[in-house]
Unconditional design. Structure first.
Length: 56
């Protein structure tokens, strides 16, 4: 009975980790797209030079 519970627990942990990693990959792709779009659509100063689109 205990080996069966350990196998089921391992399966649940691996499924949870796989789902979390898959979700993190999608979040990373979305952040990358937003970051690249920020570089492409940043505004210009009155002098004609491009400014930073971030605050830091």
């Amino acid at each position: 009975m205990i080996p069966l519970l350990l196998v089921l627990l391992l399966a649940v942990l691996l499924f949870g980790a796989g789902f979390a990693l898959h979700l993190l990959w999608w979040i990373a792709v979305i952040v990358l797209v937003v970051w690249v779009l920020g570089f492409l659509v940043r505004g210009t100063h009155s002098s004609g030079s491009r400014g930073r689109w971030y605050r830091w």
